[in-house]
Design a protein around this ligand. Sequence first.
Ligand code: PMP
Length: 381
Amino acid sequence: MKNRKLLMIPGPTPVVRSIQDQMGRETVAFGDPGFVGDFKSVLSDLKELFGTSGEVFVVAGTGTMAMEMALANTLKAGDDLLVVSHGFFGDRFIDMAKRKGIRVDVLSYDWGKAPKVEEIEARLTEKTYKAVTVTHVDTSTGVAAPVKAIGKMLEKFPDTLYIVDGVAATGGERVNIDEYNIDILFTGSQKAFGVAPGLAILWAGAKAMDRAKALEPIPEHYISFEKWLPIMHDTSKYYATPAINMIWALKESLSIMKAEGMENRYQRHEQNARAMQAAAEAMGFKLLAEEGARGVTLSCCLYPEGVDDAEFRRVLAEEGAMVAGGLAAYAGKLFRIGHMGNTDQHELLGAVAAIERTLHQAGLDVLGKGLTALQQELVRD
Ligand code: PMP
């Protein structure tokens, strides 16, 4: 019998049975009073759990669409944008903004290094920007940007909107939108929310909404705040068909978060990340993310000498764990493993055990080393 294949890529993440059940329900009309109420409660929980009195949008689409929604509603051709990039997904903003005629400056970091608050401040002092984008955790590196400290610094630049890509972070990395002075935060359902791919979630504060209002109407129809806001204020209204079953799945994800408590959830992510990172090092991998800036949602593990990426991931999949390869210059040099959302300790143990068996087959003496390190961290107070 073959092992079950654990979904350990950094998104989509494991979808637990109770969330799957919501996706499998018989679909109802979007005007059904039960659904209208469910959608409303999803929106109110999203604001409360993530700490904002601003607006929230839940729209069918992916994280990339949310990136575009953030830019399209707040910037126009000719505006200046500072992209703070510490990896592949930070860079995605550059092309996206340029296609819209937005003028882009980039503050770029070597992969594995975290953005520095003082350096962002220096760039904002040199030139006035309409917005700055920061990727909370870049999924190509596993580095977490200091989003709280950046937000504090940005209080000195009230005309610059703070846009945070939380796709590989929100729901796992600690965040509080209003307290962190974030104007726009967004994520996708398939990462730390543990829902299948298909929904974009975007929070926008008063400053972002004022900017959007001044830009109305924007060229884009489907992703315009103006089109969706009436629905987010009254979920019985129609603009474009809501993804009914996905919204139910999101509701279940939120009830899991509420039952766990956000602080407990953040601490669980921290502990699981420490455990997975200790296990990786004990098995001979090096982490790409520098110490002190490691995200809690995924880890990027550089191969030891002599381990072939394609062969490693092929055997690992046979052993029962799917992980992702490296991106761009790191293709072939590392693998990426997710430990966010509703990934539990059994899955972490199963994945580390499968990695040990894979390395053992490649002739490395690792059996028990990763598991011991993992368990030690999992039982630490
Ligand atoms: N930003 C980050 C940080 C991501 O990790 C991803 C997806 N890996 C995206 C944006 C794009 O999201 P999607 O694939 O859902 O379009």
